[in-house]
Write a new protein. Structure first.
Length: 332
C-alpha cells in the first residue's frame, strides 16, 4: 500500500472527537477490501471503533492500536517532498496507515496481528473503555502515538482539577460590602503553585498547568463566583497530591477532581531507543488487551498545532519498527 497516499486520505476525512463516523466507515471498508475480518464496535450514535483480524487468526496474539479522532479544527492534507501536513497527520492518522502497512507486510510472513482503531481518545477515551469490555484475549497491545519511533518506557498520567470559589456581589465603589470570589481564587491558585511536585529519576517531574480562569459579572461588580481548571501531569499515584490540593485551598475554594488517567510504566524492547511520554494515551483504559507497548512516528511537539505534520521518512521507517516489534513479541 502507498502509506503516504493512505495517510492523506485519512487526514482528508474530518474526524474531530464526536464526529468519527465517516473515518470509521472508511477504515471498515478498506480493511474489508484488504481481506480482513473487519467489524464495527458501536460506541455512541454513529461513532464506532473498528476491529480487524486476519481470516487465518481470529484471536491474534498481538494487536496494533491507535485512535481515529483528532482535535479541532479540521485541516485538510497537503505535502511536500519531506512531510505530510494536516490535522491528524501525526496524531494519529499517519500511525493508522503505518500500522495497516505493517500488518500487511507481516501477513506475507505468516504473522497475523489484529488492528484496533478507537474513537474519543482526545476527550475521554470512551472508545477505549468500550473496547476494553470486548477484548479478544490478545497478549500484547502495541499502541501508537507520536514518539518519533522511540519506545516509551513510561507515560505520565493526568489529573484534571476544577477549583471553585464563591463570594458576595456588591457595587465596586464599595468593595467592603462584598466578598470577591476572584481574590479568593487567586490566593488559592498561589497556594497550589507553591506545592512542591514530585519528580522521579529517569521519568522527570510532575507538572501543572492552569489552563482556564473565569469568573465575575462585570468590571463594576464585586465577583460572587470564580473558577479555574488545572491539569497535572503525574509521575506516580495521585493520593498525596489530591490531599495536598484540598488542604491548600481550604477556606478559600473547593476542589473537584474531574478526570484522572494514571501514570504507567511500559515495556521496552532491546535494540530500540526509548523515551518518556509526558502525555497520556488510551493504554490505561485498554488493560484487557494485553501487555502494552507505546511507539509511533511523528513528534508530539507538532501535534495539535496549526502546522501539524509527519515526516515521510519517519512514517516509512515506522513500518519496519512495527514489524520488528511483532517479530520479537511472537518469539517471546
Amino acid at each position: 500500500m502507498d502509506v503516504v497516499a493512505f495517510t492523506r486520505q485519512l487526514v482528508d476525512i474530518e474526524s474531530t472527537t464526536g464526529n468519527e463516523g465517516r473515518v470509521g466507515d472508511f477504515l471498515h471498508r478498506e480493511l474489508s477490501r484488504l481481506g480482513y475480518r473487519a467489524s464495527k464496535m458501536p460506541v455512541e450514535g454513529e461513532r464506532c471503533n473498528v476491529f480487524a483480524t486476519s481470516p487465518q487468526q481470529a484471536q491474534p496474539k498481538i494487536v496494533f492500536s491507535t485512535h481515529m479522532d483528532t482535535v479541532p479544527p479540521f485541516i485538510p492534507s497537503s505535502e511536500d517532498d519531506a512531510k505530510i501536513y494536516g490535522r491528524g497527520a501525526c496524531d494519529a492518522k499517519g500511525i493508522i496507515a503505518a500500522q495497516i502497512a505493517a500488518a500487511e507486510r507481516l501477513r506475507q510472513e505468516g504473522i497475523y496481528v489484529g488492528l484496533l482503531f478507537v474513537v474519543g481518545e482526545e476527550k475521554d477515551s470512551l472508545g477505549a473503555k468500550v473496547a476494553n469490555q470486548q477484548s479478544p484475549g490478545c497478549k500484547f497491545l502495541v499502541n501508537g502515538e507520536p514518539t518519533e519511533n522511540k519506545m516509551a518506557s513510561a507515560s505520565k498520567g493526568t489529573l484534571r482539577v476544577e477549583i471553585s470559589a464563591t463570594g458576595r456581589m456588591a457595587h465596586s465603589a464599595y468593595p467592603e460590602l462584598g466578598e470577591s470570589a476572584i481574590d479568593k481564587l487567586l490566593e488559592a491558585l498561589n497556594r497550589l503553585r507553591a506545592i512542591k511536585l514530585p519528580s522521579v529519576e529517569g521519568i522527570g517531574p510532575s507538572t501543572v498547568n492552569i489552563g482556564v480562569i473565569e469568573g465575575g459579572r462585570a468590571p463594576n461588580v464585586i465577583p460572587d463566583r470564580a473558577r479555574a481548571q488545572l491539569l497535572y501531569r503525574l509521575v506516580g499515584p495521585s493520593d498525596k497530591l489530591r490531599e495536598e490540593i484540598v488542604r491548600s485551598v481550604a477556606g478559600l475554594a473547593t476542589a473537584e477532581f474531574v478526570l484522572e488517567i494514571p501514570f504507567v510504566l511500559l515495556r521496552a524492547l532491546e535494540g530500540l531507543p526509548t523515551m518518556v511520554a509526558a502525555f497520556t494515551t488510551d493504554i490505561p483504559w485498554l488493560s484487557n488487551w494485553g501487555e502494552p507497548l507505546l511507539v509511533g512516528p511523528g513528534s508530539i511537539h507538532v501535534a495539535h498545532t496549526e502546522g501539524e505534520y509527519i515526516e515521510k521518512r519517519q512514517l516509512v521507517d515506522c513500518i519496519d519498527t512495527y514489524c520488528s516489534i511483532a517479530r520479537q513479541l511472537m518469539g517471546s
